[in-house]
Design a protein around this ligand. Sequence first.
Ligand code: ADP
Length: 218
Amino acid sequence: MTVLLFGPPGAGKSTQADLLSRKYNFVKFSMGDILREEVAAKTPLGKKIEKHIDGGVLVPDDLVFKLVLKFLDEHKDEDLLFEGFPRTIRQALSLDECLSQLGSSVSLALEIHLDEEDIFKRLTNRGYCPTCGAIYNFTTNPPKKDQLCDNCNQHLVTRSDDSEEIIRKRLKVYADETQKIAQHYDTPQVYRRINARGSQQEIFEKISNIIDAYCSKE
Ligand code: ADP
């Protein structure tokens, strides 16, 4: 099966993608993480990507597609979870086309929804570990030791695109481009919207219930 997870910045896509991949053995494709790895490696591709991420705008499709095609080629026979891709109708159409060539299609398109006030609260309090990628919220889910990762004792950092100005830009890009994905996949079997207010565990259970129901029908 192929599951898509999308939602505004700060809705918790990445956390849920990790939990779901572990539970259901999905091979995870996390576009934001893959792009940031490329930037951290300071490759020529990474340098091109960096200015888009830091500006809060989308990375051009040709760069993004290359990474998706490589992933699909390596994992086409497995259960897949895409997080942060597709983010535009054009990306959705390309993904549909690639999957159809593999005799497959999107099984579930899950939108994790959160309103703007909550998004700002979450993102302006967010820190992550540059070594293991663990995400913390300094108010609701702080590390045990001040500013240090619980897993590897590394100093937590703030994402370069988590400033108020860039968060606003990312939200606008989401409203203008990504929200249309919901209409694109809008059949009761495929598209489901999940309210992301609540604990990580509550949201995880809601999404798990949707996936379990889908699997029991298959
Ligand atoms: P968030 O959803 O919180 O904004 P992500 O880590 O998913 O965080 O994405 C961070 C940035 O990476 C985006 O603002 C954008 O610049 C880039 N990006 C992620 N996914 C895509 C995509 N599918 N297409 C183009 N750019 C992307």
